[in-house]
Design a protein. Structure first.
Lengths: 534, 673
């Protein structure tokens, strides 16, 4: 069953295109590297364009799921093939398709071995990530979640650095460990919903409708927390991240930072907050403590690093702590900021990993002490690095500022103490990033190898330009992005802020709906209300 | 006044053009673009000013909104400008002085290979500075606030190959961020307090209309937090430490950013928030105390510096302290007036020092200068005009503005502030003329090579000097307090600062100051003259012979050895900060790293190891226990079978024997039974 303005299963197409592309690549002869690269990039680009088309048909005035597709999958136990997207999903899908294309572009000259297999893995990964963000059936979500792991495992394991085995197994098993708990939580909800309504289903929208007893919420929250927190990663589950980043090839790091980590924060905002509102409120102090520790501790760790990639990896711990703090501010400003900061972090940290990859390709080292004075030999590169660094430290005019200010603003209302501590992260962020920049980009050239470094070429500039563009676009006119998800974030904030029981909640929601001028998009809602599994 | 968007946009345009294609353009074109956009921005500012003045006084507050910038739920902020007398004055200063410094830079930076990058940054700075003063809400102000910090960082570290320069840039940025941290928290507190009152907004208008409803204790906190931001940006104690280091940047940058405009942003901010601060006079007292303490503290360090720019840097910190003392006691007009005259004379002096450094081939140590007057008359004369202005000599601009601050402090009952301000004024006159005498009079102490190359700077540099000298000389006109209706500055700024009803009357009443003011004026002129006189005894050759024996540089230095060392080493404040803040942070970083690897990651690895151990144990258990059990079963069976197998020999006679024996046993059993 397809319910959308386009009349075609657009979300399935988004997932299928990279898979088909991967399938097609399979038949390419190994030697035709250039053809393989171009095809892979073409596929990713087409997918990106299609995801852009979604923007035109997307109705941002509603939090309801759009472009919905539904088909029975395992009817016996109520598992469906059920896809749909709201503004939050849309932003993350756009981030995914964008990052995937950029990642392929960034692998052009970095990957020379087994190019075909590499590209196939990247495309399968893209499909898995998109699936995670559009799946509305919890089992389907879980399947996509796990699918994403496998190509990443190979990307690090085959094309990774010297300690790839250790890092890879750590990454894989750690995530897997968390997801087992998540599965238990999903099953608990499934039975709770079944007992309460007599209908056993993994349909997320139906699961939303039931108010679960507090005890159950508490345990399910904890199980989801383990699954998502490891992925984010929330302190103290973060130690796999620096290892994975350091060993992963550039594109792997870019995708890991830009998209894979967001699967964790997405999980919180999609499941924990709206499904388990009471438990979310109860867990808020606990999460804020971890988030704030993550912000400050991650920043201090970043400051102590000697390897640029590790520094950026730890800065991710800090930034994602801020995202978590924003989401668990439990008000619209915080959640808006958290969601936007997911995108921002994808752009700026993805960008940082890209520029690190470029310098690594030239010098085959990532030690800060091996550089210095690069601005003289690579002026264009250095200018772009500076812009990305400024975005990362949240300077006004760049995207990072908007996310940061909304997060802190929302957080302040919930906890002034947490805000004071989180805001110190802003100072520390400036300190370690500028210190790194100073040691790498500025100063005199002290190493002879750096004297003949070539500035970045046209392809590399092309890789970075969209990122620079987005940095300023979001920084100057964030409305285009904020307004996409605002209906959903408002809805989530409303659910989680309210202490009222669910029945009343549904009633009030219906009232709001009646008052609002929903026209065609209401069909989705009706389809949801009446088109159950029966 | 929609056209006001051009004011910041023009410099931004210049920055963009020079930033993107500047490296391919000729220096002439780059300079032309940068100066043209600044000139145009200045003209638009003049037009804005003019249009504002055409409005009746009560309506001189125009908000021009362009688009919604950030919006989330009930929170919404526009990119919007507020045109009122305060912002109109500020854009005139910023674009006007900015334009002159751009022109000057075309001469000063002409031989630099990254000329285009310099012009790009300088334009960008002006853009952010104009956003800061034009914004009609706190967030646009904050955009400019952080943006000027960024440009300051880029320009201080402009000669990035020099470690001291990039260190100084980073220090400036990080210290500023500490201030911004307070500022932003103040904004949040302000916003949510207003939100609770149903007036959630960060627009000045809404905020100032409702600010009196906020609980005074919270308002105090807000006022203090915002002031923390000001101490960072405007280099006040304890966050002033970045400004002296910032002198590593090119000298026109020091003139524009670290004297005339950016560092005054904090003063502007407090003046802009006069509606807020007039509700919490006790915070005003704190501001004034910090300000006047900074003024004195920085002046003491200025007494002994030998670097021509460092003297000016400390004097800037000191003069900024004056401005805070003024706005702190509620004399907003006086503070803003001094901000303006300071922009003229300190901009002038920095540019003059640049001209000197230019002529000296980069030398900044005043001990190696001397007698430069004969080589560069324009620079010398204009510099001395600046020095007279800052020393508070009538009728130069600094006299009027400084005196108004002192007078208002005295009149409002802050006698201590007045006294310390007076002492500082004396010290200022002293070290400024120490500088003048060391640089321009006496024998030239430079080496022959330098001496040979001494020359006056090109007209692109001297013309701005002359214009600024004229402004420094006569810029005080708007603050001459001898008219019945108060000073022109008061009249002009009244719509902005006229919030607290009685305050207006007090200031208006201050117009007819009376004889006490003349007496105080005389006192401060006398103090200034004394400072100049004492300096001349030490450093001006024709006067040296009149100096008593204890008043010679050597004897003072030896007599107050400890004090001199303390001052010369800037009270060791940098070292103390390093020891108390920077080093512990570095140590803590390393500690975190070992904690992360040694504890947290250890647990993860331990879990993995433990899993493997369990696996190994299971393996062994499987082999020896589970499988062992199975195997022992079979062994048992085998063993048993070997026993029982003996029975099954396959020989018939054995079976027959057993059979017979068995039958016999049965028979016997039956018979006996």
């Amino acid at each position: 069953m397809i319910e959308n303005a386009l009349g075609i299963p657009i979300l399935s197409i988004l997932i299928l295109i990279p898979l088909l592309g991967a399938g097609a690549l399979f038949f390419f002869p190994n030697g035709q590297k250039e053809a393989i690269r171009s095809t892979a990039f073409g596929v990713a680009l087409v997918n990106f364009v299609i995801s852009l088309i979604l923007l035109f048909y997307f109705d941002s005035s509603t939090y309801k799921m759009q472009f919905v597709e539904k088909a029975a999958w395992i009817p016996g136990i109520g598992v469906e093939y059920f896809l749909g997207m709201d503004g939050i999903s849309l932003l993350l899908v756009l981030l995914t398709t964008f990052t995937s294309a950029i990642a392929i572009l960034a692998s052009w000259s970095a990957i020379e071995e087994r190019v075909k297999e590499y590209m196939i893995h990247l495309l399968i990964l893209e499909a898995g990530m998109i699936g995670v963000f559009v799946a509305l059936d919890m089992i389907l979500f879980f399947v996509f979640w796990e699918i994403g792991l496998i190509p990443m495992f190979f990307l690090i394991g085959v094309w990774g650095g010297p300690r790839k085995l250790y890092a890879n197994i750590k990454f894989f098993l750690y995530t897997l460990f968390g997801s087992v708990f998540m599965l238990v939580g999903i099953l608990a909800l499934y039975y709770a919903h079944g007992t309460a309504t007599g209908e056993y289903t993994f349909n997320l929208l139906k699961l939303y409708e039931v108010s679960y007893p507090y005890n159950l919420q508490w345990w399910v929250f904890l199980s989801f927390f383990l699954g998502f927190a490891i992925k984010v990663p929330v302190f103290p589950f973060h130690t796999w991240l620096p290892d994975a980043h350091v060993e992963a090839p550039t594109a792997g790091s870019v995708i890991l930072a830009a998209v894979l980590l967001k699967m964790g924060t997405y999980g919180f905002v999609r499941f924990n907050l709206p499904l388990l509102a009471d438990a979310s409120r109860a867990f808020t102090p606990f999460i804020l403590v971890l988030a704030v520790i993550g912000i400050i501790y991650g920043a201090f760790l970043a400051m102590a690093q000697k390897d640029i990639k590790k520094l950026v990896a730890y800065s991710s711990v800090s930034h994602l702590g801020a995202v978590m703090a924003g989401l668990f501010a439990l008000n619209q400003q915080g959640i808006d900021g958290g969601v936007l900061q997911m995108i921002n972090h994808g752009i700026s940290t993805g960008g940082l990993f890209l520029v690190i990859g470029m310098i690594y390709e030239r010098r085959h080292t990532r030690l800060i002490s091996d550089f210095g004075g690069i601005a003289r030999v690579m002026p264009v590169y250095s200018a772009l690095v500076l812009i990305i660094v400024f975005s990362s430290i949240g300077l006004p005019g760049t995207n990072g500022f908007i996310g940061e200010i909304l997060i802190l603003m929302g957080l302040f209302k919930t906890s002034a103490t947490a805000t004071v501590l989180a805001a110190t992260g802003v100072i520390l962020g400036a300190a370690y990033m500028l210190w790194m920049t100073q040691r790498v980009v500025f100063g005199k050239i002290t190493k002879r190898e750096n004297l003949n470094l070539k500035d970045i070429n046209a392809r590399e500039v092309l890789t970075l330009l969209p990122i620079i563009g987005l940095i300023f676009w979001i920084g100057i006119y964030p409305k285009h992005f904020l307004s996409l998800s605002s209906a959903s974030t408002a809805r989530i904030a409303e659910i989680v802020e309210r202490n009222a029981p669910k029945a009343e909640r549904a009633e009030r929601a219906a009232h709001v709906e009646g008052a609002a001028h929903h026209t065609d998009m209401n069909e989705t809602g009706h389809a949801e209300a009446h088109g159950g599994t029966h | 006044m929609e056209f006001t968007f051009l004011i910041p946009l023009l410099p931004l345009l210049g920055a963009t053009v020079n930033g993107v294609i500047g490296s391919k353009l000729t220096k002439r074109a780059v300079g032309l673009i940068a100066c043209l956009v600044m000139g145009a921005a200045f003209l638009v500012s003049v037009a804005t000013f003019y249009k504002l003045m055409l409005l009746p006084e009560a309506e001189r507050s125009v908000v021009v909104s362009f688009f919604t910038w950030i919006s989330s739920g009930a929170f919404s902020v526009d990119i919007a400008f507020l045109i009122d007398p305060l912002s109109a004055l500020m854009i005139l200063i910023v674009s006007g002085v900015g334009f002159l410094i751009h022109v000057y830079s075309t001469g000063y930076m002409h031989d630099d290979k990254a000329y285009w990058r310099y012009m790009c940054y300088l334009n960008l700075f002006v853009f952010f500075m104009l956003m800061l003063v034009l914004g009609s809400n706190y967030l646009v102000m904050f955009l400019g606030w952080e943006g000027v910090g960024l440009c300051s960082y880029l320009l201080i570290g402009f000669w990035y190959e020099k470690k001291a320069a990039s260190d100084a840039g980073k220090k400036a940025f990080v210290v500023n961020r500490i201030g911004d941290f307070g500022f932003i928290l103040g904004l949040f507190l302000l916003y949510w307090s207003l939100s609770d009152l149903g007036a959630a907004s960060l627009d000045y208008k809404t905020v100032f209309e409702n600010v009196h409803l906020i609980d005074p204790a919270i308002l105090t906190l807000i006022g203090l937090l915002l002031f923390v931001g000001a101490t960072g940006k405007s280099a006040q104690v304890p966050l002033y430490v970045w400004l002296p280091d910032a002198m590593e940047g090119p000298t026109p940058v020091s003139a524009l950013i670290h004297a005339a405009t950016m560092v005054t942003a904090g003063v502007y901010m407090v003046a802009r928030n006069n509606a807020l601060y007039s509700l919490i006079p006790h915070v005003g007292n704190i501001i004034a105390s910090v300000g006047i303490f900074t003024a004195l503290f920085a002046a003491t360090m200025g007494l002994v510096q030998n670097d021509i720019k460092k003297v000016l840097a400390y004097s800037t910190v000191s003069q900024l302290g004056y401005m805070f003392a003024a706005v702190g006691v509620g004399a907003y007009t006086a503070g803003v007036f001094h901000l303006m005259t300071h922009a003229f004379f300190k901009g002038l002096m920095f540019l003059g020092s640049g001209s000197v450094i230019h002529a000296m081939g980069g030398e900044q140590d005043m001990r190696k200068m001397g007698g430069l007057h004969s080589h560069m008359k324009i620079t010398s004369v204009t510099f001395i005009i600046g020095a007279l202005a800052i020393a508070g000599m009538p009728p130069f601009s600094g006299f009027w503005s400084k005196d108004e601050i002192l007078w208002e402090a005295f009149e409002k009952g802050h006698v201590v502030i007045w006294a310390v301000g007076l002492l500082t004024a004396g010290m200022t006159a002293f070290y400024m003329f120490r500088q003048v005498f060391m640089t321009f009079t006496g024998e030239c102490r430079a080496d022959d090579h330098t001496k040979h190359h001494l020359h006056e700077s090109p007209s692109s540099m001297t013309v701005p000097l002359i214009i600024l000298a004229v402004l420094s000389a006569i810029g005080g006109i708007i603050g001459i307090p001898f008219f019945e209706e108060g000073t022109a500055a008061h009249q002009f700024l009244n719509p902005v600062f006229g919030h607290g009803g009685h305050e207006v009357h007090a200031e208006a009443a201050g117009a007819g100051h009376g004889s006490l003011e003349f007496i105080l004026m005389g006192v401060s002129v006398a103090v200034g003259l004394t400072g100049i006189f004492l300096a001349s005894l030490l450093y001006y050759a024709p006067m040296k012979k009149y100096a008593p024996s204890f008043w010679r540089p050597e004897s003072i230095a030896s007599g107050f050895k400890g004090l001199h060392k303390l001052l010369f080493n800037k009270y060791y404040i940098d070292e103390i900060y390093d020891y108390l803040v920077v080093d512990p942070i570095k140590r803590f970083c390393d500690w975190c790293l070992s904690f992360d690897l040694g504890v947290i990651d250890w647990f993860v690895n331990f879990a993995a190891w433990f899993t493997r151990l369990t696996a190994w144990a299971s393996h062994k258990f499987d082999i020896y226990i589970v499988d062992g059990l199975v195997n022992s079963m079979s062994t048992l069976v085998t063993y048993n079978s070997t026993i029982w197998r003996r029975l099954q020999t396959g020989y018939l006679q054995n079976y027959a024997l057993v059979f017979v024996v068995g039958v016999l046993i049965i028979i016997v059993r039956v018979l006996l039974g």
